[in-house]
Design a protein around this ligand. Structure first.
Ligand code: HEM
Ligand code: HEM
Length: 236
């Protein structure tokens, strides 16, 4: 007799909080890059979007520890041996194991690390004109200049990892593997997954947990934005 899970035509892989995280995070990072490039009056928005990206990153790290099955780091973290085994078996795989594949997991970690460095150095950065991160006022000028230098240097890695991310998604899409849809609606067709696939939890309780966590992080972000705005107005 077939089990209830194997009866489903689609299986929930990405819970709503993870999907919302992705949409908001991609928007904030894109927004932070665009506003930094326009500069001038848009730097206020750069700081707001950068701090929002930091809050989202914090959410994702906590969600990676307490969130549903496929969002957990323990589910997709793996060593070089598994990454290599995945690469060498790429053409032979018919049915997929759910969640991030070993190569995808590596790029997710790189993306979180690189954008994390960008957001944290931003907190101490200043442009010597009107804009400064909320903590620049608490460190020496040389420390702030050092962090600003790192912020500018790391920018290149941010662009590179985003380009790699988009290229990888394009390659998988051209190969016929649907990754974008599941990151939008959450589900993968059961016929494309190994038979043992268990759905991710995505019920009201787990969503309320994510909402509570988001509210706490939004308050922290709001406080940082106010701190940066006050520091900026007393800068000149
Ligand atoms: C992950 C999110 C972020 C991204 C992608 C990002 C990206 C950038 C980029 C591309 C620049 C222009 C650097 C250049 O002049 O070439 C910049 C400048 C700047 N960012 Fe960010 N940033 C982020 C987060 C933050 C945060 C959280 C803050 C502060 C709260 C911040 C504060 C600044 C400041 C003060 C500058 C001007 C520094 C200068 O004169 O070069 N950034 N950022
Ligand atoms: C600045 C832009 C972007 C950033 C910073 C970004 C970042 C990320 C991150 C951090 C993840 C991991 C998700 C998680 O486990 O929480 C991810 C996954 C993913 N992203 Fe993006 N993303 C960006 C743009 C896009 C765009 C434009 C698309 C679609 C065209 C896209 C499609 C995907 C897909 C399909 C996955 C899941 C990959 C998999 O199944 O392993 N991303 N992205």
């Amino acid at each position: 007799m077939m089990t209830k899970a194997s009866n489903r035509s689609h299986i929930r892989i990405w819970d709503l909080p993870t999907r919302l995280f992705h949409a908001c995070f991609a928007s904030c990072i894109a927004g932070a890059l665009i506003t930094a490039k326009i500069g001038n009056a848009w730097m206020d928005w750069h700081v707001r979007l950068g701090i929002a990206a930091l809050a989202l990153l914090s959410f994702r790290i906590i969600w990676g520890l307490i969130g549903p099955r496929y969002a957990r780091f323990s589910q997709f973290m793996c060593g070089p041996a598994r990454v290599w085994a995945y690469i060498t078996s790429l053409s032979k795989q018919a049915k997929k194991t759910p969640g991030h594949n070993p190569l995808g997991a590596l790029s997710v970690l790189a993306m979180l690390l690189i954008t994390g460095i960008q957001a944290i150095t931003g907190l101490f950065a200043n442009d010597d004109i009107l804009t400064q991160g909320p903590f620049a006022q608490f460190v020496s000028d040389s420390t702030s200049a050092f962090m600003t230098g790192l912020h500018q240097l790391n920018e290149k890695f941010v662009f590179a990892i985003i380009a790699l991310h988009l290229l990888a998604i394009l390659v998988y899409t051209l190969k016929g593997e649907k990754l974008i849809g599941p990151m939008v609606h959450g589900d993968v067709a059961a016929q494309n997954l190994v038979a043992t696939t268990v759905p991710a939890r995505d019920d009201l309780q787990i969503r309320l947990l994510a909402l509570s966590l988001s509210l706490v992080l939004a308050c922290a972000a709001w406080w940082l934005i106010q701190l940066a705005a006050n520091a900026g107005s007393s800068f000149n």
